[in-house]
Design a protein around this ligand. Structure first.
Ligand code: UDP
Length: 235
């Protein structure tokens, strides 16, 4: 195995599957099965999940809603997704804990770094809900922040595209994929891997990012075993 402790970032939109909104239970179950494979191999798994399938603060703001209010709605959406993911993982017989950045004690444990690390050491999958707990941030930033805090070896950003390209592969058929790229080249070429805040935080802390297609069965295991199927961003 290439990594011992990973932080998997899943976007809320990924949970929609083919739907326009909400959560697709089949997609969720597929993810849970893929996660089980790596948990069974002894990988310590932490997950940050987005909320874009339910609510985004910016879209609220564009409809006239107060941005901060919308962002809190977005953070709560990530908790809903976290609960759904927790349930799907439990159906696979995996022990899990949901830790939230905003206290909601009847629903989940509050995030405490040492506690998160202890859960991981015991082989539990830790899901971080509520983003960073602050408006104007994204779950990508939460993912990098938590990864650094818990000492993860890498961020695995599971997307529907199989890596980073020199242009949008969904629009240009001649787009070229990078197997690996430096933080600096991502910046110089103006490529979009994560938002600027998240990206800068990972660069500053030398936290490698692997972008890969999470929707292909078995890909998560391949990435964790060190197979280069996506794009790795490193120094
Ligand atoms: N959000 C926030 N602070 C955070 C994380 C998330 O305010 O630390 C809000 C923000 O409104 C965002 C929404 O939660 O639009 C959902 O998160 P995100 O857009 O990152 O989800 P994803 O794109 O991964 O589905």
């Amino acid at each position: 195995m290439a990594y011992k402790r990973i932080l998997l970032k899943l976007s809320g939109e990924a949970l929609m599957g083919d739907r326009q909104y909400g959560i697709d239970p089949t997609r969720l179950a597929d993810y849970a099965r893929d996660i089980k494979i790596i948990v069974d191999k002894g990988i310590e798994v932490a997950i940050v999940i987005g909320g874009g399938n339910i609510f985004r603060g910016v879209s609220g703001a564009s409809n006239g809603m107060d941005r901060v209010q919308g962002d809190y709605m977005g953070m709560l959406a990530t908790v809903i997704n976290g609960l759904a993911l927790q349930s799907a993982l439990e159906d696979e017989g995996i022990f899990t804990r949901l830790l939230t950045a905003i206290k909601m004690e009847q629903v989940a444990e509050p995030f405490i770094k040492r506690r998160a690390v202890r859960h991981l050491e015991k082989g539990r999958v830790v899901i971080f809900g509520g983003g960073t707990g602050n408006p104007y941030f994204t779950t990508d930033t939460a993912a990098v922040l938590r990864a650094i805090e818990i000492g993860a070896d890498v961020i695995l950003k599971g997307t529907r595209v199989d890596g980073i390209y020199n242009s949008d592969p969904e629009k240009n058929s001649d787009a070229i994929k990078f197997d690996s790229i430096t933080y600096k080249d991502v910046m110089n070429k103006g490529l979009k891997v994560m938002d600027m805040t998240a990206f800068a935080l990972s660069q500053e802390n030398n936290l490698p990012i692997v972008v890969f297609d999470m929707n292909k069965k078995g890909n998560l295991e391949k990435v964790v075993s060190g197979e280069n199927i996506g794009t790795i961003v490193d120094k």
